[in-house]
Write a protein that binds this ligand. Structure first.
Ligand code: B1M
Length: 233
């Protein structure tokens, strides 16, 4: 049987290559992931397909084995690193639509939470759809969100949480916006694997977004409603 060193990625057909990339992501092989992404792009794959079929699908496998105690934090960190390296190649391509700016979003992961891959992906896709994105990073206390919204004159607040223990913090941010009388000035979108629509409603967000594509569509819908409202005076 051929061992890992013997596999020449460029000789695999698309399906084999994608499966190999899932394995390479699992093993945290950053350079192989970068190479795989470049090969698929050279073969004419759309950047979004490379992202979802090769990278996000691979990360789902990592997530399942992390949950089941087969993988541990150090291995998952390596996988996350490899994923980010692949995303870095795709980022300029996804943002290259030349679309006019349709709105501005501040996005960040909530306090206590350092997961940032999903947030980064949402940011990338939003930029690709013509939004200006201000990424305030991870582990954000409420003050960070409030000051970024005020400073940036944004239209949309995006919050990400990946842990059941950190998702309630989104309500702290929304309640603080209400206390300050600024809640109605912004569209609030929330996302992250443990959330759902019901949770989004319960905490007073405008919408829960299942994934990055839904986030883009939802943001566009809300922005066109906002523009129509303004036009109606
Ligand atoms: Co973490 N972790 N992790 N982890 N980790 C999860 C979330 C977990 C589900 C794994 C598991 O058990 N199966 C579990 C949470 C369980 C729970 O709360 N119910 C978990 C745990 C327990 C932990 C630690 C506590 C582990 C420990 O230390 N014992 C610890 C916590 C650290 C902390 O934050 N304080 C921890 C640490 C880590 C790493 C550092 C090793 C690493 C993060 C690296 C990084 O992000 N830079 C990591 C990773 C990678 C994961 C998994 C495997 C993958 C997450 C990911 O990147 N997915 C994850 C398992 C899983 O989610 N299945 C897991 C890919 C990404 C594209 O998807 O983030 O869901 P996702 O984003 C999607 C949508 O959710 C949505 O769009 C995105 C793109 O389509 N979305 C938004 C996300 N944010 C949005 C914001 C929006 C809109 C949409 O705003 C508008």
């Amino acid at each position: 049987m051929a061992d890992e060193e013997d596999i020449i990625l460029s000789e695999l057909d698309d399906e084999e290559l994608v499966l190999q990339m899932h394995d390479d992501l699992y093993d945290g092989l950053k350079e192989e992931i970068e190479e795989g992404v470049r090969i698929l792009l050279d073969r004419g794959w759309a950047p979004y397909d490379v992202l979802t079929k090769a990278l996000v699908a691979g990360m789902t496998i990592v997530g399942a084995d992390f949950r089941d105690g087969i993988l541990f934090v150090p291995e998952v960190l390596l996988a996350a690193n490899a994923m980010k390296a692949g995303m870095a190649i795709l980022k300029p391509l996804l943002a290259e639509t030349g679309a006019p700016k349709v709105g501005k979003m501040v996005i960040g992961t909530v306090k206590g939470d350092i997961h940032d891959i999903g947030k980064n992906l949402v940011g990338m896709m939003m930029e690709g759809a013509g939004f200006e994105v201000v990424d305030i990073g991870i582990n954000n206390p409420v003050e960070n969100y409030i000051s970024a919204l005020e400073r940036e004159d944004a239209d949309i607040l995006g919050m990400s949480a990946l842990l059941t223990t950190t998702m309630p913090y989104m309500k702290v941010v929304i309640d603080t916006m209400k206390e300050k009388g600024m809640r109605e000035d912004f569209i609030v979108l929330v996302g992250g694997a443990p959330l759902n629509e019901e949770f989004g409603k319960a905490i007073g967000a405008d919408a829960y977004c299942r994934d990055a594509a839904v986030a883009v569509q939802t943001a566009k819908d809300f922005m066109s409603r906002k523009h129509n409202k303004l036009a109606a005076g």
